[in-house]
Design a protein around this ligand. Structure first.
Ligand SMILES: Cc1cc2nc3c(=O)[nH]c(=O)nc-3n(C[C@H](O)[C@H](O)[C@H](O)COP(=O)(O)OP(=O)(O)OC[C@H]3O[C@@H](n4cnc5c(N)ncnc54)[C@H](O)[C@@H]3O)c2cc1C
Length: 238
């Protein structure tokens, strides 16, 4: 501390010391056959912003229901591969923002000027919100193809008539939120719960949630819903 800061700040007699560097690495593939990587095994980065645990837990949350589906025999062929496709870009983004933050720690005039500029920009609510959503991972949106902005995002924990949405997701099943009164999970009801008339707070006629709470479909057409049920939940029961 004396060498770096010119003072020891009065700190003495440590009980525990740890060290870390600026290592920034990302596995090329999250899945090779039956081997899957999650957490720090898949990505490491400096601890700036305290993002490592959340990133790893969200990997596990993304992967858990897919592994369960595979073991239970109903997973569509491509489901396990979506783990790499969805989670690697999220880690890439975290690595980018920790790298950028490391640059800002430098005492060189260039990074210091960028730091001052960023401080100015953070006076804008929209910039702040963007950075907060990035660092808390609330802004994560998986690429499920063309669609409304909500598609691919985790639905927020809204109040529903039956309680809180996230309590209903504890069962680890899919969930169809249906304000139309005519949608049905049909032959998927062993894997997908149906919540009719859930709440006016839901700004869509019908929403299909995966077990990890991400929005897999939005709409009001049963045929379109059936296609998406097959995409995420395999074949319907007889
Ligand atoms: C100094 C520092 C500060 C940090 N601060 C924060 C923070 O504030 N917030 C935050 O979110 N993250 C922080 N992180 C990052 C966070 O600690 C990691 O991202 C997180 O612990 C990774 O969890 P993990 O389960 O993937 O891996 P690990 O925690 O590394 O767990 C892997 C486990 O596997 C065990 N293991 C290894 N090989 C074998 C084997 N062959 N057989 C059996 N077991 C084995 C290891 O002993 C270890 O217990 C920090 C990291 C550091 C270094």
């Amino acid at each position: 501390m004396r060498a770096v800061a010119g003072t020891d700040f009065g700190v003495h007699s440590p009980r525990w010391l740890s060290r870390f560097g600026d290592a920034t690495r990302l596995a090329e593939r999250y899945r090779v056959g039956r081997v899957l990587l999650a957490g720090d095994a898949a990505h490491i980065h400096p601890p700036t912003g305290g993002q490592g645990v959340n990133l790893g837990v969200q990997d596990a949350f993304n992967l858990g229901w897919k592994l369960a589906a595979q073991i239970r025999g109903w997973a569509p062929d491509t489901l396990l591969d979506t783990y790499h496709a969805e989670r690697r870009p999220v880690a890439q983004d975290v690595l980018d923002n920790t790298r950028a933050q490391e640059e800002l720690h430098s005492t060189e005039p260039g990074p210091q000027a960028v730091r001052r500029l960023l401080t100015e920009l953070m006076d804008f609510d929209e910039v702040n919100r963007h950075l907060i959503e990035k660092i808390t991972a609330i802004g994560v949106r998986y690429d499920f193809g063309e669609g409304p902005d909500l598609l691919g995002r985790r639905l927020r924990d809204i109040d529903v008539k039956q309680g809180r949405l996230y309590d209903l997701l504890h069962r680890g099943r899919g969930l169809l939120l249906d304000r139309t009164g005519h949608l049905s999970p049909g032959g998927f009801s062993d894997r997908v719960d149906h919540l009719a008339d859930p709440t006016a707070a839901l700004d869509a006629p019908g929403v299909l949630l995966r077990p990890d709470g991400h929005v897999a479909w939005i709409g009001d057409d049963q045929q379109d819903l059936d296609n998406h049920l097959c995409r995420w939940f395999g074949k319907p029961a007889d």
